[in-house]
Design a protein around this ligand. Structure first.
Ligand code: NAD
Length: 315
């Protein structure tokens, strides 16, 4: 038996999960990637298949999870994540946030593993505090269309803390802000891949509302580093991991047009309901407790991601 740490990543065949599988393998972990492929793809983990220390198990984590042998870490990333996905899959989204988190916590308890929950800046809803620190409780509409995702994650945070307090499970919670990079789906409906693909195809860029709403985009390698540091720490309470570099959606569309050298124009579409007006992480805690901050400038991250989308659109 090897002494390598054993790490289970639910949602490991998704955009973020696949980057985490790669990182933990590089750190010398044995990685078990568990996914039912509802929004993920085998393509994301194809380069890892057959690598020593990597295992893939196709399983819906809303059902009992069985893993043979010991586990040191459980990272729970399984969940539809883009609005297009969770609006199409509302019940699955609620189930994986509730039942899936329950099953993943049960497994961590049984194995004595440290558990990390992938939460989201969406727990802040349409925030009344700006930027958003971890002790802000949020402004979420529970019965709105987006409630299925926001409330699933809020429940997931609550049950994680309950397992920590009542079962003594070693847990932590990362609140992830908008993240982009290679392996995002071309058609996942989020602003960044949509703009990039529209610009690359020479189509108009569709901006919702007047484009004055803001977002803060972080490149995937910064997120992965923050998650690794959080997992290796002894922090329990939620930690924001995001890039505070905030931009309006209109300025962002213009930036994508400039970087692609496209002749596309901007067209304005009606604002979806409950779309947050502002988003910017307060990362004071991550800076102080994890000595973490984002390293990749937006232009550098966008250039890398553009190269990826160019390749995808060609193939
Ligand atoms: P993704 O859709 O690419 O990945 C999610 C993965 O979970 C997919 O591979 C999907 O097949 C799998 N999955 C869903 N339900 C499952 C189930 N019941 N059983 C097993 N597997 C299941 O999305 P992503 O962007 O990589 O997001 C990953 C996680 O990070 C999610 O929990 C999401 O809420 C969180 N997050 C992402 C962002 C972001 O900007 N990408 C921001 C905040 C939070």
């Amino acid at each position: 038996m090897s002494n390598a740490p054993r790490t289970l990543i639910t949602g490991g065949a998704g955009f973020l999960g696949s980057h985490l599988c790669e990182r933990f393998l590089a750190q010398g972990h044995e990685v078990i990637c568990m996914d039912n492929l509802i929004t993920g793809s085998p393509d994301n983990i194809a380069p890892l298949m057959g690598r020593s220390g990597f295992h893939f198990i196709k399983h819906d984590v809303t059902n009992f999870i069985y893993v043979e042998g010991s586990l040191d870490y459980v990272l729970h990333f399984a969940s539809p994540a883009s609005p297009i996905d969770y609006l199409k899959l509302p019940i699955q989204t609620l189930k994986v946030g509730a039942l899936g988190t329950h099953k993943a916590l049960g497994l961590a308890k049984d194995k004595g593993a440290r558990f990390l929950l992938a939460s989201t800046s969406e727990v802040y809803g349409d925030p009344l505090v700006h930027p958003q620190p971890e002790d802000y409780w949020g402004n979420v509409n529970p019965v709105g269309m987006r409630g299925v995702y926001d409330e699933a994650k809020r429940f997931a945070e609550a049950i994680t803390m309950a397992y920590h307090r009542y079962h003594d499970v070693d847990t932590c919670i990362v609140r992830i802000f908008n993240t982009y990079g290679e392996r995002m789906r071309v058609d996942d409906g989020r602003a960044l891949p949509t703009f990039m693909c529209q610009a690359l195809r020479g189509e108009p860029l569709s901006v919702f509302g007047d484009g004055s709403q803001t977002r803060s985009f972080q490149y995937v390698s910064d997120l992965v580093e923050g998650i690794y540091r959080l997992l290796m720490s002894d922090l329990v309470e939620p930690v924001n991991i995001g890039n505070p570099d905030e931009i309006t959606i209109k300025e962002f569309a213009e930036e994508v047009i400039r970087l692609t050298g496209s002749r596309s124009e901007i067209v304005y579409k009606p604002l979806p309901k409950d779309d947050p007006q502002v988003r910017q992480p307060d990362i004071t805690k991550a800076r102080a407790k994890l000595d973490w901050e984002p390293r990749v400038e937006r232009e550098e991250g966008l250039r890398k991601t553009l190269a990826y989308f160019e390749e995808r659109l060609r193939s």
